[in-house]
Design a protein around this ligand. Structure first.
Ligand code: ZN
Ligand code: ZN
Length: 348
């Protein structure tokens, strides 16, 4: 049986290199040669430092990496669309296929015991090859790159879904709290959807600088006590019509609500943590619609790929660090630092 290299995460802020058999595609499955496999904040929060996850976030010791993109090199029996040589993005959750959430493409929300996410409960992208179900593969259109595709498979998909939930348009100023990779994605996509000016906040000066240097935000505001006054000044005292929290920090979420305009919309996509806030003052009396949004749907991921081509956007612009698989240790250390843009493992 031929062998491949892979990476697992023991949960003590280390990575472990393993050699495993190259899998063979079963019915309805394809084997992908991995081309790019990026690191998501959830990998750090719930797996790398410590195995914190429960339920859908329980890590079961599999090959890590839930942002995979690659090329089909073998097709199992019963496949209906893909063939060898196809470039694909992997929607990283395989659901049961028959529940309500699966049927409208949100396999992320499937609660069946058959549900398994790459990099969590089934092998992920940090290996030379990945076994994927054909139904979770989305063709990667030219001229998008494999790194572009990897970024769409969780982070950009998540940002896009949050912005769709806000029905973002050219009528909106957009506030983004948290300028990690998902915040940078929200800025890039928010601009393409017509919003502006775009205001981003973060506690890390490095991340403010990345957002500013890439031209993704119009204003990069330090997330300190003066942020509210700074945002008010930039928005004629109103706050932004739309806001999205990409940080997962309670303080940043409150800041997002505080600086959302009356009748505005706010979405939370940053995971984890807790929040306490004055409900009447910040939500009810301001008539704010608050949305929780978790990853995206298969259809919206396909839509996003199509739009990125039309918008002439490359998500890989937010990648600040690229490593080979044998450098995964360093890749995770950088991603854990909280000051980088996107970190991606690349192959070839
Ligand atoms: Zn993710
Ligand atoms: Zn399901």
């Amino acid at each position: 049986m031929p062998i491949m290299n892979g990476v697992v995460l023991p949960g003590d802020s280390t990575v472990r290199h393993v050699e495993v058999d190259i899998p063979e595609p079963g019915h309805g499955q394809v084997l992908l040669r991995m081309k790019a496999s990026s690191i998501c904040g959830s990998d750090i929060r719930a797996i790398y430092r410590e195995h914190l996850g429960q339920g859908p976030e329980a890590y079961q010791g599999v090959i890590a990496g839930h942002e995979p993109c690659g090329q089909v090199i073998a097709v199992g029996p019963g496949c209906r669309r893909l063939s060898e040589g196809d470039r694909v993005v992997v929607y990283h959750i395989a659901g049961c296929g028959v529940c309500d959430e699966c049927r409208h493409g949100y396999m992320i929300g499937c609660t069946s015991p058959y549900r398994a996410a790459h990099g969590w409960q089934r092998d992920g992208g940090h290996a030379d090859y990945l076994l994927a179900d054909e139904v979770t593969c989305i063709p990667l259109p030219e001229p998008l790159t494999y790194v572009d595709g990897a970024l769409v498979s969780c982070g950009f998909g998540t940002a896009y879904e949050g912005l769709l939930r806000l029905t973002l348009s050219g009528q909106d100023r957009l506030l983004i709290t948290g300028l990690g990779p998902v915040g940078l994605a929200a800025a890039m996509l928010g601009r393409a959807m017509g919003a502006g000016p775009i205001i981003g906040t973060d506690i890390a000066p490095e991340r403010l600088r990345i957002a500013r240097d890439l031209g993704l935000v119009d204003h990069a505001v330090p997330a300190d006590e003066s942020a509210g006054a700074a945002i008010a000044e930039l928005t004629d005292g109103h706050g932004c019509e739309a806001s999205i929290d990409c940080s997962g920090s309670g303080a940043a979420r409150v800041q997002a609500l505080q600086n959302t305009r009356t009748w505005g919309r706010c979405a939370f996509v940053g995971e984890g943590g807790q929040i306490t806030f004055a409900v009447s003052e910040l939500l009810i009396h301001k008539q704010i619609s608050l949305h929780g949004s978790w990853v995206t749907s298969l259809r919206h991921m396909a839509d996003l790929l199509e739009r990125l081509v039309r918008w002439n956007l490359h998500p890989e612009r937010v990648v600040t660090h690229r490593f080979r698989l044998d450098q995964a240790d360093e890749a995770y250390r950088i991603a854990d630092g909280g000051t980088a843009g996107k970190v991606c493992i690349v192959f070839d």
